[in-house]
Unconditional design. Structure first.
Lengths: 231, 217, 231, 217
């Protein structure tokens, strides 16, 4: 059971044209920087990326957009990226927008063997188009379906050699849920420790979900909006 | 005098009860946190995965791993809890958040809200707004009453909807309105704003019963 | 925001005849001993208890069964209780058996605002009777619906004054998920600490789900099957 | 010679591959853990909320908060993780467990399994068995081939089902069988048991191709 890979290139080995990837992070917070950067240096194209956001022009998934490696995004909010807008308007890029909670739950369902479920979000809006509508307890709901990916790529704070992961603060966001829904899940971590060093009561992602793990390097951790209190 | 953004936030803060769990949207709603009285204990939920948002950090406490749903750096309070997005929206969808405060482009007299998409403009996405409005126990909208002279308090929304029959109360720059089965019930006027001005600025059905008090701050 | 109650009687105040309760625990592991004992000293009857198991004759929910306070059990396994068997055969007690994972997921759905969802468990068995069947990806699934309760009663290891909870080892089991699905959730804990003392990255149940919390007393923590290694 | 329970467990242990995540049911399957070679790294899942079951504890290490799905006291290994029941079954239902080993009363040639209910006897419940059999990638059943002379390897199950078309392999006291589209394929015989004895003990369609080897231990 050897999940620890040598470097990021070994980690992303097998990702190929037209695959579906899940990529963790919310905005630029908690994104798998090393893996995205490495992917941007490959010729892989036609990717469908499931990610809450699409990065900014020169960081995060923006790097893959710039290279035209992404064919389709499944996201909830994609507003911080001029190249994204250009490709969308020109028809080069396909976008499927999901309510954020529906997106998260579809991913959970994918990992949890639940092919479909009902939620109230989006009823009466354009999100409902083409979806089954059903009333429960006097309230209208949409049927939503599970999302899975060929690869899920997540970033954690601490990980162990068996693939157990712990996320820090709001850098968890989509990482924990996406880790459950990849056929292969790649985890890059800030700290890689031997099995047994993490508190077994505090594991966010049990190792069963992680097939490959490595210690990432040179985390930039760019902040979109630094807001401070003048005190 | 129409209220400025901070005053709208200040008025909305009065709606918050001790012990409430509250989700504040981006923009004016974020400002509401500045006006919650110190004797009112409130826990703020951030849909990216935090219960217990604290004030903005001082320079030396900025942490890239600690942001709110508006992607601003924040801190957390004592007794906070972090969780992933699926659990955050399970909390929201399950109706555990007492109050959601968010902005809007338009609200209809049925309580429909349009807040995410303007035809002809770049579509950024709905983020968590559709989840929040479809499930919150109580929804208060912070918005401008009009835009370039056009009412945004409407019979029917003209823009793509975020949710239907969900808004409970609206605080605009000139009025506080309650969404009732029969239309918008005028509850309060901004200081110095007349009932007639509000009538003229409101396209949807407005219900005016008795004397309408001025907002108090 | 005062969630800390004086004692177990204040905690269970408001529980009334014919209500639906969720009661955490797996077997006798992680059961809310204080609350069950206190309920057994009341005259409350006609309860519907959602709990994975039904205790043993003289401990856990067995105490309420003995007093005939329970009208119906929704469980996955109820095998360790002779009084239970007697009441079931005599028709005094109604039992609805759910596959364990379906039971857990129905409770999660109740807490998460998902009125219904599809699972493969139980297809082709008597569990499927009366349920909608649908094929997804070539596999048959049953539609299952959410469970909620008037009160959920859980037992945690550590809790803080804001209701944040941490469970120990396998004493978590149904407690964490049930805490999300009670209109009122009561938490009894072994250790009650001031807000801020628990690691915010390691909270299992965020305080939003807990309305009442108290420090339990005299935990017996009975073990059903002590198995040891002779070494 | 028919195998005893420990020998059945020992034979099943040969099916486990290095790196497998395995769920062991109550009874014979629990014994399988005793026969996993030390060079095969396996992580055992307990559906009550643990990945990484360790050996039974020594007397001084018994902890009431640490039990397996059979309610026996256990320990956990280095690198273990605990979680609640909804997450445990999300893991199982999502197909993340590589191998499930469980007991059965009956198995049919279509791979149906009956393991939880005997009419006329007290119904204890299905526990997690229905979830496990409906979702596991690979299911091996440990069972007796016959009961009081009656075959339990059947054309159709006679008892209430636990799941349909799910069992992949069966290890009984006299044979190893694979469930195929055309029936039970006989893979191995217990040492000293003849093919004819297996034929006589099997009601379901049995496929016998070529020489059938004896099990090796």
């Amino acid at each position: 059971m050897n999940k620890v890979v040598k470097n990021v290139y070994e980690a992303i080995d097998g990702i190929a044209d037209n695959m579906t990837l899940m990529v963790g992070g919310f905005g630029l917070c908690g994104i798998p920087e090393n893996s995205i950067l490495a992917l941007s240096k490959t010729k892989i194209k036609g990717l469908c990326c499931i990610s809450n956001n699409a990065g900014v022009d020169d960081f995060g998934l923006g790097l893959l957009l710039k290279n035209k490696q992404i064919r389709k995004m499944i996201s909830s909010y994609v507003g911080e990226n001029a190249e994204f807008e250009r490709q969308l308007l020109s028809g080069e890029l396909e976008v499927e927008l999901n309510p954020q909670g529906t997106l998260a739950e579809r991913i959970r369902a994918g990992g949890a063997g639940i092919p479909a479920f009902f939620v109230p979000a989006g009823y009466g809006t354009e999100v409902a188009e083409g979806k089954e509508v059903r009333e429960f307890d006097g309230k209208m709901h949409l049927m939503e379906t599970a999302l899975k990916a060929d690869f899920a790529i997540v970033k954690a704070w601490k990980g162990d050699t068996l693939g157990n992961l712990i996320y820090k603060y709001t850098a968890n966001n989509f990482n924990e849920v996406m880790a459950t829904a990849g056929k292969i899940t790649i985890a890059e971590v800030e700290e890689l420790v031997p099995a047994g060093e993490l508190d077994p009561n505090s594991i966010h992602t049990p190792g069963i979900y992680v097939q490959r793990i490595f210690k990432g390097e040179n985390y930039e951790k760019r902040i979109e909006q630094i807001t401070i209190k003048l005190s | 005098m129409a209220l400025d953004k901070n005053q709208i936030a200040q008025r909305i803060a009065q709606e918050i009860k001790d012990g409430d769990y509250v989700n504040l949207g981006i923009g004016i709603p974020t400002l509401v946190a500045n006006y919650i009285p110190s004797n009112v204990n409130v826990i703020l939920q951030s849909e990216n995965g935090l219960l217990g948002i604290g004030p903005f950090p001082t320079d030396d406490k900025v942490d890239a791993d600690l942001i709110n749903a508006g992607k601003q750096t924040i801190t957390y309070v004592k007794g906070a809890a972090f969780f992933d997005s699926s659990r955050s929206f399970a909390m929201i969808r399950g109706g555990h958040v007492d109050l959601t405060i968010l902005g809007a482009f338009e609200v209809s007299e049925k309580g429909d809200i349009a807040s995410w998409k303007v035809p002809g403009k770049m579509v950024k996405g709905m983020g968590g707004a559709m989840d929040l409005v479809s499930s919150a126990k109580n929804i208060i909208v912070a918005m401008q009453h009009t835009n370039k002279g056009q009412s945004k308090i409407l019979k029917n929304c003209t823009l793509p909807l975020t949710g239907v029959s969900c808004v409970k109360k609206i605080v605009t720059d000139i009025a506080v309105l309650e969404v009732t089965e029969n239309g918008f019930k005028l509850l309060e006027r901004a200081p110095g704003v007349t009932v007639e001005e509000i009538i003229n600025s409101t396209e949807g059905k407005l219900i005016i019963e008795g004397e309408i008090p001025e907002m108090k701050f």
